[in-house]
Design a protein around this ligand. Structure first.
Ligand SMILES: Cc1ncc(COP(=O)(O)O)c(C=O)c1O
Length: 387
């Protein structure tokens, strides 16, 4: 099988940055103690975990004990929704959850599970054709029995960035916690939780040049939340299990590097992204940009092509040496139109032909020019075959 030579799927995952790998390595073999142990091996491991927690807290501008390590962004979303909803039902008989129709499946399916297994009523906030949540709609839908609101920060499929600060103001005025899934946003946007005005925020390290298998959830002090995993008292009793020391160290290192270099990388990403956004609609007939033209992730370009099968398009691009995606990495191979694209009002005929192109630290101008050179012919060919 031919391997893609040009990776344009940085929203799905990123390579571990060499400095991150170097920081992690000693914790696999030399400093292998269990952070819960009393002896010096345990103390060294515990110090590494707590230093990492402090580094992440500094970037979020919060207290270290507000950071809970998890195994991934999905687990962070699960802990936020289940933990807050179930606790709110116990303590204040809350039964209502508000989410958007453009959430990642980690939020959507957790909310559905809370509805089916635990009797919550899940209500969807409206999004416009660009994927933005309306503050008026949020204001009108929050109820006295709302357990929590969950709104994606930057959308993985269409790149749209919500005004989380303004939405957070509304939730705060109604005294309802706001969770934001910042798994995509964290590689490019500020994560200062007080400026964002959120009570819970999910992160996953593999989206910002850290390792897979590690994530974190910010939980503001005072938020009542029950554990997702019971056992030992690790992670303030919210997530039992021996801490994954090397991955925690790697996540903190990757996040520090990302935060320090974000502005420069974003500038480069924007140029590459804008070249894609301005060229593809001219080069390919019957094509549209999806997501917001301005309020979108700097590295994210997404499109739909009428009458094209998105999976065939990804396979043809792969054969031509390009690794792209149709939206969420988890969706690849699924022949049904994406919920996100249907929610922003695209007919199935368009939504089935979606393409997400996301650039990263190694992407060069030539990669984009090469891509633009092959895409129109591939689409023309697919349309011919299917007509
Ligand atoms: C917005 C969003 N939320 C959650 C996730 C899940 O993150 P993880 O792969 O770390 O479980 C992803 C991954 O694509 C995502 O894009």
């Amino acid at each position: 099988m031919q391997k893609p030579s040009t990776y344009l799927d940085y929203a799905a995952s990123t390579p571990v940055e060499p400095r991150v790998l170097d920081a992690m390595l000693p914790y696999f073999s030399e400093q292998y103690g269990n952070p819960s142990a009393v002896h010096i091996w345990g103390q060294k491991a515990e110090n590494a975990v707590e230093r990492s927690r402090e580094k992440i807290a500094t970037i979020l501008d919060c207290k270290p004990n507000e950071i809970v390590f998890t195994s991934c962004g999905s687990e962070s979303d699960n802990l936020a929704l289940r933990g807050v909803a179930l606790e709110a039902r116990e303590t204040k008989n809350a039964r209502h959850i508000l989410i958007t129709p453009v959430e990642h499946h980690a939020v959507l399916n957790t909310a559905k599970d809370l509805e089916h297994l635990h009797g919550f009523e899940v209500e969807f906030l409206e999004v416009d054709s660009l994927g933005l949540v309306s503050p008026e709609d949020l204001t009108s839908k929050i109820r006295s029995d709302t357990a929590l609101v969950s709104i994606i920060f930057a959308n993985n499929e269409i790149g749209t960035i919500n005004d989380v600060h303004a939405l957070g103001d509304i939730c705060q005025s109604k005294n309802v916690p706001l969770h934001t899934d910042a798994v995509q946003a964290a590689s490019q946007l500020s994560m200062k939780v007080n400026e964002l005005n959120v009570q819970l925020l999910s992160l996953g390290a593999h989206k910002f040049y850290g390792p897979k298998g590690i994530g974190a959830l910010y939980v503001r002090s005072g938020i009542n939340i029950s554990p997702s995993q019971t056992g030992g008292g690790q992670e303030f009793g919210l997530r039992a299990g021996t801490s994954n020391v090397p991955l925690i160290v790697g996540m903190a290192e990757a996040f520090e590097i990302t935060n320090a270099t974000r502005t420069d990388h974003n500038e480069k990403y924007r140029k590459l992204r804008d070249r894609l956004l301005s060229s593809i609609p001219n080069l390919v007939p019957d094509s549209r940009i999806t997501g917001h033209p301005i309020h979108r992730l700097p590295n994210h370009a997404s499109f739909v092509f009428r009458g094209v099968d998105g999976n065939q398009l990804l396979a043809a691009l792969d054969a031509a040496g390009f690794g792209c995606s149709s939206g969420s990495a988890c969706k690849t191979g699924d022949p049904t139109p994406s919920d996100v694209l249907l929610a922003i009002g695209l007919p199935a005929q368009w939504a089935l032909g979606s393409l997400r192109v996301t650039v990263g630290r190694s992407t060069q101008d030539e990669d984009i020019e090469h891509f633009l050179g092959v895409l129109p012919a591939i689409i023309e060919q697919l349309r011919k075959v299917n007509s």
